[in-house]
Design a protein around this ligand. Structure first.
Ligand code: DQA
Length: 148
């Protein structure tokens, strides 16, 4: 069975509590559970990982390389906008990477408009709340189907 790794970055464990105007009231645990249900439907294994520590995220990505995960869905939170370290770590992977955001980052502050992952991601999805993740999972599974 194909394995998809879902990575959640800095502050995303606070979904449900932080800024409900941007992120609604859904919790990260609820998002992970919806992803696992969809994973079952799509016939893939879904593992979810969250950390607030950049080095830990970097090491999880390195592990994804050695484990040969088949695809990655990532919401790196604010790291998206400035972490060249995580970009370089993700660039090591050969698996397709889909970048997702709950909010529409382009309708927000200027610093959120750029992503350092843009060049290496297969695609980006933003603005659909928790559905951004579910669309991201469908997109990465779709990418695996078409690359067969
Ligand atoms: C976010 C958008 C980022 O700009 C922000 O720093 C976050 C969450 C989103 O899911 O909309 O932490 O990635």
């Amino acid at each position: 069975m194909k394995k998809i790794l879902v990575l959640h970055g800095i502050n995303l464990n606070m979904f449900g509590k932080r800024d409900p105007k941007q992120y609604g009231t859904v919790t990260l645990a609820e998002i992970d559970s919806r992803l696992r249900v969809l994973g079952q439907e799509l016939g893939v294994e879904v593992e979810c990982f969250q950390t607030n520590h950049e080095g830990e995220m970097c090491e999880r990505i390195h592990r994804a390389f050695t484990e040969k995960v088949d695809g990655v869905v990532i919401n790196a939170g604010a790291w998206t906008h400035y972490s060249y370290g995580l970009r370089d770590a993700l660039a090591i992977l050969t698996a397709p990477i889909i970048e997702v955001h709950m909010s529409n980052v382009h309708a927000r502050e200027e610093f959120r408009h750029d992503s350092v992952f843009g060049q290496i991601a297969k695609g980006q999805i933003c603005g659909f709340g928790a559905d951004s993740y579910l669309l991201g999972l469908r997109a990465v599974v779709g990418a695996l189907e078409t690359s067969k």
